[in-house]
Design a protein around this ligand. Structure first.
Ligand SMILES: *[C@@H]1O[C@H](CO)[C@@H](O)[C@H](O)[C@H]1NC(C)=O
Ligand SMILES: *[C@@H]1O[C@H](CO)[C@@H](O)[C@H](O)[C@H]1NC(C)=O
Ligand SMILES: *[C@@H]1O[C@H](CO)[C@@H](O)[C@H](O)[C@H]1NC(C)=O
Ligand SMILES: *[C@@H]1O[C@H](CO)[C@@H](O)[C@H](O)[C@H]1NC(C)=O
Ligand SMILES: *[C@@H]1O[C@H](CO)[C@@H](O)[C@H](O)[C@H]1NC(C)=O
Ligand SMILES: *[C@@H]1O[C@H](CO)[C@@H](O)[C@H](O)[C@H]1NC(C)=O
Ligand SMILES: *[C@@H]1O[C@H](CO)[C@@H](O)[C@H](O)[C@H]1NC(C)=O
Ligand SMILES: *[C@@H]1O[C@H](CO)[C@@H](O)[C@H](O)[C@H]1NC(C)=O
Ligand SMILES: *[C@@H]1O[C@H](CO)[C@@H](O)[C@H](O)[C@H]1NC(C)=O
Ligand SMILES: *[C@@H]1O[C@H](CO)[C@@H](O)[C@H](O)[C@H]1NC(C)=O
Ligand SMILES: *[C@@H]1O[C@H](CO)[C@@H](O)[C@H](O)[C@H]1NC(C)=O
Ligand SMILES: *[C@@H]1O[C@H](CO)[C@@H](O)[C@H](O)[C@H]1NC(C)=O
Length: 485
């Protein structure tokens, strides 16, 4: 009797894990079967039934129960569909099939994996909708990375209903449309959210502002409309905020000053109106500020001069007016300044010489007057100087000849820049493009231009140059065309 009882006990306790172990093997073999091309022959060489699945390349098992806990087949050169049998790997915590060439849908069975914490299917050709269960009902899930696929459909309106641990949701570069569900606020531990480069429409839900742990909010390149909810600017943990390339309108919320951790702010290419809030000066961590291609008016706030970490400032293609505040040129960390295509007036601030890291200064198509300050010669990192279409007068400062790295020098269509060109300027050996057309430059064209061996184009027409034509080599055609007009 005891023997029989023991025997039954033994059978019960040992057979259950064995059966589950077989289930895992069946699931992996079904997965292997659905692979049409195994470019790196990893599965063909390693996934063999005479060895334990726990020894198969890309498979990890739990130490005690020998059940599959992680599959990492990233960048294995696999083509085919993702088998629904993966949903039978009940102990799976991490699934990474990124950077292969999977096609077809993400199987709904994945949402049965209630221990799953990480799922990465990025950089494949998955299509169809994201299984509803994955976005609504996976209580252990922390990370979803589905970037760079062809996923379509809409996000479920009850997303985040039971995904309380979700920290990362990356859906960048897919074809998902419809509204961003308001229920997204229920993912209250969300830290990184990217819905960029999709077809989302409607307003940005105010409820996103309740995601108080967000560090990345990236929803650029969609069809979003309406105002930027000021609630977003309440998320003081934000480090990267990308809302560019939508159809957002209204003004920039003024409660910007909460965003003390913000490093990058991209609101470019929208239809934002009104002023650039002066509170922007409080974003002391800011490195990149891009507000270009909007309908912003008023002055450039002088408080931008308080952004002591700023590296790139792009306010181009707006309707900004008034003088350029000299405070901006005090920000010595700046590498890129784009203020072109506005209605800026006044003269170029002479404290340019602080900008020792500046690589690009573009002030083109404004109404800037006065002369080009000689301090431009202190910009030893400068690669590109574009002052086209302004109302500048006076000579090109000979100090420009100190800007050894300069590749582009453009001052066309100022009408009244005048005087001779100093030979030191044309001595710059990295010059690729020189455009000085439509001004009043005079004297001889410095022969030193023949040292500019990288020159691709030179435009000198509509000036008052005299004397011999230097040997432009292959470029002579440009000069002749230029000279004929
Ligand atoms: C498993 O089978 C393959 C061929 O099917 C063979 O090459 C390999 O040596 C076998 N491995 C073991 C451990 O028996
Ligand atoms: C999978 O392996 C790749 C390459 O070894 C690694 O970069 C990646 O972090 C791994 N994925 C997971 C989820 O551990
Ligand atoms: C595993 O999953 C498949 C497809 O989802 C299902 O048809 C099958 O019954 C499952 N097998 C086991 C042993 O649970
Ligand atoms: C992925 O598969 C498609 C269709 O089979 C094929 O056209 C494409 O070249 C593949 N891409 C890569 C990166 O292997
Ligand atoms: C997806 O498919 C397209 C064409 O069908 C192919 O050009 C591309 O390389 C594929 N992408 C990946 C990541 O395999
Ligand atoms: C959520 O998942 C659990 C466990 O996987 C399942 O029992 C339940 O039916 C699911 N609920 C919904 C609403 O899908
Ligand atoms: C969301 O944030 C708003 C404003 O801070 C607050 O009034 C509201 O109670 C929050 N909602 C939830 C569900 O936490
Ligand atoms: C921003 O946060 C403050 C303080 O927590 C709160 O009073 C205010 O309602 C919030 N504003 C928005 C638009 O959520
Ligand atoms: C801005 O609005 C105009 C007129 O409504 C529209 O034609 C344009 O596409 C909009 N631009 C953006 C970037 O949304
Ligand atoms: C901003 O800079 C001005 C000088 O340009 C200075 O007076 C002011 O104290 C600064 N504000 C902050 C908050 O640093
Ligand atoms: C703007 O600049 C011009 C020329 O540099 C100067 O005469 C004028 O006073 C400035 N205006 C303001 C408001 O600073
Ligand atoms: C600017 O350059 C001039 C001469 O090239 C030099 O005397 C001056 O000290 C420089 N200024 C700065 C701030 O480096």
């Amino acid at each position: 009797m005891l023997l029989i009882a023991l025997n039954i006990f033994f059978t019960l306790t040992s057979s259950a894990p064995l059966a589950d172990f077989a289930t895992d093997q069946d699931a992996l073999l079904a997965f292997k079967n659905a692979i049409t091309v195994d470019s790196n022959v990893v599965l063909s060489n390693s996934w063999l039934t005479n060895t334990s699945i726990c020894d198969w390349v890309g498979v990890s098992c739990g130490i005690k129960h020998h059940r599959v806990t992680a599959l990492n087949l990233s960048n294995f050169g696999l083509h085919g569909n993702l088998s629904p049998h993966l949903g039978n790997l009940t102990f799976l915590q991490s699934l990474d099939v990124s950077s292969n060439n999977f096609t077809g849908v993400l199987p709904t069975e994945l949402s049965k994996l209630h221990r799953l914490k990480h799922v990465n299917a990025a950089s494949n050709n998955f299509s169809g909708e994201i299984p509803r269960g994955i976005l609504t009902n996976m209580s252990a899930l922390e990370e979803i990375v589905f970037n760079y696929n062809k996923l379509s459909g809409q996000l479920p309106i009850d997303m985040c209903n039971n995904t309380p641990k979700l920290k990362t949701l990356f859906l960048k570069e897919n074809q998902i449309h419809g509204k961003i569900p308001t229920s997204i606020y229920k993912c209250s531990e969300m830290e990184e959210l990217s819905l960029s480069v999709n077809q989302f429409s409607g307003n940005i839900p105010t409820e996103i502002g309740n995601l108080s742990m967000l560090t990345i909010l990236s929803i650029y390149d969609n069809h979003l409309q309406g105002n930027i909810p000021s609630s977003i600017f309440n998320i003081s943990s934000l480090e990267l905020l990308y809302l560019g390339r939508n159809s957002l309108s209204g003004s920039i919320p003024t409660n910007l000053d909460n965003l003390v951790n913000l490093k990058e702010l991209y609101l470019n290419t929208n239809n934002l109106t009104d002023w650039v809030p002066k509170q922007i000066g409080q974003l002391t961590s800011l490195k990149y500020l891009s507000l270009h291609e909007n309908i912003l008016t008023g002055h450039i706030p002088k408080q931008i001069g308080n952004l002591s970490a700023l590296q790139a400032l792009d306010l181009s293609s707006n309707k900004l007016a008034g003088n350029i505040s000299s405070s901006i040129f005090n920000v010595s960390s700046l590498r890129f300044i784009y203020l072109g295509n506005n209605n800026l007036s006044g003269s170029i601030p002479v404290n340019l010489d602080n900008l020792l890291n500046l690589q690009v200064l573009s002030l083109k198509s404004n109404n800037i007057i006065g002369s080009i300050p000689k301090q431009v010669g202190n910009l030893t990192s400068l690669l590109l100087l574009d002052l086209a279409y302004n109302k500048l007068t006076g000579e090109l400062p000979k100090e420009l000849g100190n800007v050894a790295e300069l590749e582009l020098l453009a001052t066309p269509f100022n009408d009244f820049l005048s005087g001779p060109i100093h030979f030191s300027i044309f001595n710059l050996s990295n010059l690729k493009i020189v455009d000085l057309q439509q001004n009043h430059f005079s004297g001889e064209i410095p022969i030193s231009i023949t040292n500019a061996s990288q020159l691709i184009a030179i435009e000198l027409n509509r000036n008052s140059f005299t004397g011999p034509i230097p040997d432009f080599g292959a470029l002579s055609i440009f000069y002749e065309e230029a000279n004929s007009s």
